[in-house]
Design a binder for this molecule. Structure first.
Ligand code: GLU
Length: 443
């Protein structure tokens, strides 16, 4: 059975790039009747924050990306990682190193100066017991590196196709920090292995991690999962960043962007399939396929998101709108919703239209327009009013005025709504009612 995981580090809010990874994992799991796990990668105590983890879970729920079972926190699994490191030590695949960060940096600079790649020189491997004791007496604590074997690492990437890495071109990765904290590279393998993850689906920035992690899965006796590395999501300006903001889900939520607008875009962006507004995740599940993913970076364009959002709103039923914007029920009703939905860009604008219809408005009309607006009151049909009322009214107004076209409609719109644009007046008239229309025309 397919089992995948989304493994965010709680070091910031989810941005569209992270969500794309979550969504693609989720769609793949649902497509194959598999499991989608949520794993909070919080091994880094300095950068991980509970509030970010909470926000991540909250955002995933809001997007409809529910996970199976309880979320797993790496910080609760340190004993497992320790056991794995013991095992690797027994196999002589984990060795202590005593270089400080500055020393390593210096080494890398020297290699760069000679035009060589920054590969660790394995000095730690050659230390005698005496040298190690001497370092420890100096107060140095070891960090531990995984000894890569010389085998070529290869896998058949579900998106990138066959991938090959020469282990001799890579540094032995650090798996345990000087303070004894295991790093992500190890923790992730232990978790994937113990949780029987079948497919690791993540961003292309992890390709070189995959190369070393495959050797770690094997050393620990775990089945090596399949891999799919997605081309990164970028903006027209460049990289997405947790720090830059604006593309984080929080901001999009605050800007009243619909979850399905985000899902519709992120499921298809960077694939050969068209980006279309989709009402539900089910539709996206049905045609999910890794073979549609391209290798070029996908460009995230907020304008495209807005377009999808607008299209979804224009077709949305009142019940659906209520599910997304709870307080809509406190101030609106279905007739109102159906009248304004085609003229709003975000759900938040619904509130503005409610206030326009029910609150006080400022209409900016000149003297003539005001007189004209007032003159049309006599032609207002009696109630009950419906969507035909407007035409009846205008038919009665026309013979009595030389105005036509914009000259005729715009002052009426402005008098009734204070706006130059908006939903069709024939829809607004019954919502306003005769009394309010009279009041506004004479104001
Ligand atoms: N915590 C890692 C990240 O956010 C997870 C990568 C992975 O999926 O293995 O990049």
């Amino acid at each position: 059975m397919v089992k995948v995981r989304f493994a965010p580090s709680p070091t910031g809010f989810l941005h569209v790039g992270n969500v794309r990874t979550a969504l693609v994992n989720w769609l793949f799991a649902r497509r194959h009747g598999g499991h989608f796990l949520l794993r909070i990668d919080d091994t880094d105590p300095e950068r991980s924050r509970q509030e970010y983890a909470n926000a991540i879970m909250n955002d995933l729920e809001w997007l409809g990306l529910n996970w199976d079972g309880e979320a797993v926190w790496q910080s609760t699994r340190f004993d497992r990682y320790r056991r794995a490191t013991e095992e690797l030590k027994i196999q002589n695949r984990l060795y202590p190193c005593y270089e400080t960060a500055e020393e390593l940096d210096m080494q890398r600079k020297m290699l760069a100066g000679r035009g060589l790649p920054p590969i660790y020189n394995r000095a730690g491997l050659k230390l005698s017991d005496e040298q190690k004791k001497k370092y420890e007496a100096e107060g140095r604590r070891p960090h531990y590196r995984f000894l890569l074997n010389d085998e070529e690492v290869s896998w058949n990437d579900l998106i990138r196709g066959p991938a090959h890495f020469k282990a001799t071109h890579m540094s032995d990765p650090v798996l345990l920090r000087e303070d004894g904290v295991p790093v992500y590279t190890l923790a992730s393998v232990v978790d994937d292995g113990e949780m029987h993850i079948t497919h690791v689906v993540r961003g292309e920035d992890h390709v070189s991690n995959t190369a070393v992690q495959i050797q770690i899965y094997k050393a620990l006796g775990f089945a090596v999962p399949e891999f799919a590395h997605m081309a990164l999501l970028k903006t027209k300006e460049g990289e997405l960043s947790k720090r830059l903001g604006g593309n984080d889900i929080r901001s999009l939520r605050e800007a009243s962007i619909l979850p399905m607008a985000i899902n519709s875009l992120l499921a298809r962006i960077g694939t050969s399939k068209p980006v279309e507004p989709m009402d539900s995740l089910d539709e996206l599940v049905r045609d999910f396929d890794f073979s549609a993913f391209g290798r070029a970076p996908a460009i995230f364009d907020p304008a495209e998101l807005e377009r999808l959002n607008t299209k979804l709103l224009h077709e949305m039923e009142y019940d659906e709108a209520l599910l997304i914007m709870e307080d809509l029920a406190h101030f609106s009703d279905e007739a109102f919703w159906l009248s304004i939905r085609a003229n709003i860009k975000t759900l938040a604008e619904a509130r503005q239209w409610w206030d326009i219809l029910h609150g006080d408005i400022q209409a900016d009309l000149n003297h003539d327009d005001r007189a004209f607006a007032r003159s049309t009151i006599a032609s207002l049909p009696p109630e009950p009013w419906n969507e035909t009322t407007y035409d009846t009214w205008i038919a009665a107004v026309k013979p009595a005025t030389a105005r036509k076209g914009k000259e005729l409609f715009l002052p009426l719109r402005k008098a009734l709504t204070g706006q130059e644009q908006g939903p069709e007046l024939k829809k607004l008239l019954p919502l306003l009612g005769r009394e309010k229309v009279m009041e506004r025309l004479s104001a």
